[in-house]
Design a protein around this ligand. Structure first.
Ligand code: FHN
Length: 454
């Protein structure tokens, strides 16, 4: 058996980590539902949907005035908000969990918080808790509940009270983030931190989320947030809760965003991405990804051992744009046709053995290959030492002919597996080939049989 390695892995420890999302280092303990989850729906919904502007950022960076941005409160009606319909759509997408922006950087809470008047109950025509009914609808449909919470709060009077360690008055001069007079006010910051904790305790005890999705810890240095303390508080308030690592590296999993990873993050991870280029509802943004691109990105993410958090931006009335509903339904249709390759699987082959994505069943006896391009006739897989029992298509179970070419069996160097994939059998979005193995997958990862003694 080869003694090669992959990213410093020797043969043995590569597979010892294959039970779950591929941890290149021992992964932290995390709820099994999250380990099993493959698709989440991210929802950026807030007053920014009224004018269709960038969430929070549009006033922070001066696209529009703060006054104009906040005037959107008057138009945030949620008049057609139907969280049960959202849940039904997410089930059609085959989503395992959903994450809703309970409070973005603008500080506007979607729930009746007792710690601030800046909430949709008191400040908008919605005049009701929008978070609670959403939590209930998700749970009624077996969808795990994630609450997005922005640490920073550009509308809270006590937030702009610290200076960064590398303070430069010509750079750090946004009054929503830093003290106007350039003088740090630690007592004011402590007051903000009490508010920050109070809202999180409120959310924890009132809604018992399965997951907190934190964001916005980049302004004050992490030491000021006391994240180690927060990590413990949250797990006390909400036992079993999953925490993302946007809390100074504490938390349970990594969250690469928008740019597709080419190397899987360490431990547990989730990739979050927009359908177009905007997190919230921005009708001018027509740059939607195609369903073929979404299927490919989903397959590549799960093939690296991660999960995808796919974002939508509902309108101010609570309706979801048709193009977004269509893409979610198309993705769900594809997943359902190929679900044995998606669920109860972990990361597949390391790069270079097959030119596509792949996943491996939890018993390591089934390897699933995701074909994104139209093969001329055959596809090839290198490095498989295990015997091949059968090769078939996941969608339709058609047996595919295959053969092994080359190899140096006298030195236990495997040949290349070639598989015939008939053009008429291809799925227009992505085709999945199943390789059933005689024994759990064993790979040969080495430099090839270098002959030096001839
Ligand atoms: O600033 C936010 C942004 O508005 C959006 O919420 C994304 C979603 O992951 N998070 C931050 C940027 O990384």
């Amino acid at each position: 058996m080869g003694s090669g390695s992959f990213f410093g892995f020797t043969q043995s420890n590569y597979f010892s980590s294959m039970q779950s999302a591929i941890p290149l280092t021992p992964d932290k303990p995390i709820a099994q539902w999250f380990r099993d989850a493959k698709l989440g729906i991210f929802i950026h919904w807030g007053i920014y949907a009224v004018k269709g502007v960038a969430e929070s950022w549009s006033f922070f960076r001066g696209d529009i005035s703060h006054q104009e941005y906040m005037s959107q409160c008057a138009g945030f009606t949620a008049s057609k908000y139907d969280p049960a319909a959202w849940a039904q759509l997410f089930k059609e997408a085959n989503a395992d969990y959903a994450v809703l922006t309970a409070k973005h950087h603008d500080g506007v809470a979607l729930w009746p918080t007792a710690h601030s008047h800046l909430n949709v109950v008191q400040q908008t025509p919605a005049k009701r808790d929008l978070l609670g009914p959403w939590v209930d609808a998700m749970r009624a449909n077996g969808i795990r509940v994630g609450i997005y919470f922005s640490h920073l709060d550009w509308n809270h009077p006590d937030y702009p009270s610290l200076l960064p360690d590398n303070y430069d008055p010509s750079v750090h001069n946004n009054p929503f983030a830093y003290p106007k007079d350039g003088v740090a006010k630690p007592e004011q910051w402590n007051s903000f931190l009490r508010f920050h904790r109070a809202q999180l305790e409120e959310l924890s005890k009132r809604y018992r989320p399965d997951l907190f999705w934190f964001d916005g810890s980049w302004e004050p240095a992490h030491k000021h947030w006391k994240f180690a303390e927060l990590d413990q508080l949250l797990r006390t308030w909400c036992p079993g809760v999953v925490l993302n690592s946007r809390m100074g590296g504490y938390g349970d999993y990594e969250t690469p965003e928008q740019g597709m990873p080419t190397t899987p993050p360490k431990g547990n991870w989730e990739f979050c991405m927009t359908l177009n280029d905007s997190w919230g509802y921005q009708p001018k943004d027509k740059n939607y990804k195609s369903i073929r691109q979404l299927v490919r990105m989903f397959a590549e993410i799960i093939g690296m051992g991660g999960r995808l958090l796919l974002d939508i931006g509902p309108r101010a009335d609570g309706t979801i744009p048709g193009v977004q509903k269509r893409l979610l339904r198309q993705l769900g249709d594809w997943i359902r046709l190929h679900q044995e390759a998606v669920y109860q699987t972990g990361a597949g082959l390391p790069p270079g053995l097959f030119y596509g994505a792949s996943t491996l069943s939890s018993d390591k006896r089934c390897l699933y290959l995701f074909l994104f391009d139209r093969p001329w006739k055959e596809i090839a897989v290198k490095g498989i030492l295990s015997g091949i029992k059968r090769v078939s298509l996941v969608n339709g179970d058609q047996t595919l002919s295959h053969r092994i070419i080359g190899g140096a069996p006298w030195m236990n160097v495997p040949g290349v597996l070639w598989i015939d994939v008939p053009a008429k059998s291809l799925h227009p979005l992505a085709t999945v080939v199943k390789i059933e193995l005689e024994q759990p997958l064993q790979l040969w990862l080495a430099e090839g049989q270098v002959i030096t003694a001839n």
